[in-house]
Design a binder for this molecule. Structure first.
Ligand code: GLN
Length: 488
């Protein structure tokens, strides 16, 4: 019998609805796990145990009175610390925001609460979501549950790690250039970056608005689809929100890929891809072929430029978004007021932000400055259009495109942090989905030396159904989902 914290969201809800367990017991089991493992994993920045247990008891009361409960009733949910939660600190893992307590909930949080989800805490991340390893957090790195000396991926490293260890049942991540898929791959969980505009960004602390999306992270594909169903939908508070009809994404989970046309862009297996990753991802693709899909290698030549394009756009947007943190109107203020305005402003930002965030603000400001704007930023926007067109053409022929999520397995903590370019290179296969606004899912597809490998499945905008169906079929016919890390 699996222990309560080991259940998926779907199983938890069934147990609670059928009176086999109470929500309080389920949430309590998750907190026991958290208290046992957090010293080692460091997935959380803030925990809200008392509030979570209170919410669980409310749900139990509804169940005992025969009242209906929501789609996420009693499920322990962790939230990346870039998403505003009313009354709960929201730090972006930065000293700059360490005292920020939002007076409101992000739209996704309201939706979770409406469906009786139980928020258990806020998860650790790279500072302001800038990174791929969760090492730039002001609160120290999160460790990979599969090997504590390795990174869990990032920037949503805490969200992926807490699911892998049963320290939460579902988690919200955000993905600007891979931050849901990278840690999902490195921790062997499921993570989906939705189509741009499908999930409201209202209440998400901005890093690079034109690229990022909030998305679900889960133990399996069913839970991922269920969570997406709750958080997706039009929101008039977000000007980029798409007016798509609400869907129940769990209805697309059919165990077949018969007739699916899979394209495999050769650029996804470029220089720097490890042999083991290449081998296991191809095994995954062949498995889907065996299950009825057809598969063909293809080429999207502009993908070669996606990393450079992404970093110019992301840093430019970041420099603009983060200008507001001056320690006067917003953010951390050094307790010392000498000097003129520029001195005070610079001091607050030098001490409030970590090195990676400062680097990006400087580079982004450079790319946007007069004289360089045309050469860098505008050029990047044009290349972005070409990348989008390459995808449009590919999707005329293929239902889904498949490749690795990450080019190599999780690396050692400290191994790349001093070499920003090496770290940026790890995003080579993920950033293109953000540039083109596509849905992309990462699912576990193998291991090498005990370290997880993830496979990425992309589809054209608003075709989450195709990514989920392919992922579900793969999961149903393989056993990677059942493998768990042993942290103790
Ligand atoms: N690693 C990428 C970056 O540092 C992506 C981060 C993200 O998706 N938030 O920008």
């Amino acid at each position: 019998m699996p222990k309560l914290q080991e259940l998926t969201a779907r199983e938890t809800i069934q147990k609670i609805r059928s009176n086999e367990a109470t929500a309080e017991e389920c949430v309590h089991a998750v907190f026991e796990r958290i208290h046992r493992l957090e010293d080692k994993v460091n997935a959380y920045v803030t925990l809200v145990e008392e509030e979570a247990l209170k919410k669980a008891r409310e749900i139990d009361r509804k169940v005992s009175e025969g009242k209906p409960v929501g789609k996420l009733a009693g499920v322990a949910i962790a939230v990346k610390d870039a998403i505003c939660t009313q009354g709960i600190p929201t730090t972006c893992s930065s000293r700059m925001l360490k005292n920020f307590v939002p007076p409101y909930d992000a739209e996704v949080i309201e939706r979770i609460k409406r469906e009786d989800g139980v928020i258990v805490g806020k998860t650790n991340m790279d500072e302001f979501a800038m990174g791929s390893s969760t090492e730039t957090s002001h609160f120290g790195p999160t460790r990979n549950p599969w090997n504590l000396s390795r990174v869990p991926g990032g920037s949503s490293g805490g969200s992926a790690a807490c699911i892998a260890t049963d320290e939460a049942t579902l988690a919200l991540g955000t993905d600007t250039g891979g931050s849901i898929r990278c840690p999902a791959s490195y921790c062997s969980v499921v993570g989906l970056k939705p189509t741009y505009g499908l999930v409201s960004r209202y209440g998400l602390i901005a890093y690079a608005n034109s690229l990022e999306q909030i998305g679900p992270m889960a133990k399996d594909v069913y839970d991922c689809a269920l969570f997406l169903t709750v958080i997706a939908g039009h929101d008039s508070k977000d000007g980029t929100s798409v007016k798509a009809a609400p869907k129940d994404y769990t209805e697309f989970l059919k165990d077949t890929v018969k007739g699916f046309k899979i394209g495999v862009p050769i650029e996804f297996f470029g220089e720097g891809t490890s042999d083991e990753v290449e081998k296991q991802v191809w095994n995954g693709i062949h498995k889907l072929e065996e299950l009825g899909a057809s598969c063909e290698e293809t080429s999207l030549p502009t993908l070669e430029h996606s990393l450079a394009t992404y970093y110019i756009i992301a840093m430019s947007e970041a420099s603009s978004n983060l200008a507001r943190y001056d320690g006067i109107r917003y953010g951390y203020r050094v307790d010392k007021d000498e000097g003129d305005w520029t001195t005070v402003y610079s001091r607050n930002r030098r001490i409030g932000f970590g090195a990676e965030v400062r680097r990006r603000i400087i580079l982004g400001t450079y790319a946007l400055s007069a004289g360089y704007y045309n050469k860098y930023y505008l050029k990047a926007l044009k290349v972005r259009t070409l990348i989008r067109k390459d995808f449009e053409n590919a999707f005329k022929k293929f239902d889904v495109l498949i490749g690795p999520t990450m080019p190599f397995p999780p690396f050692k903590i400290g191994e790349k942090i001093k070499d920003p370019l090496a770290l940026y290179m790890s995003d080579v296969d993920t950033v293109s989905a953000n540039l083109a606004g596509l849905p992309a899912i990462s699912i576990p597809c193998g291991f090498t030396n005990g370290l997880p490998i993830g496979m990425q499945i992309m589809a054209s905008p608003l075709r989450e159904d195709l990514t989920l169906q392919a992922a579900y079929t793969f999961e149903q016919n393989t056993a990677y989902k059942n493998r768990k890390p042993t942290v103790e």
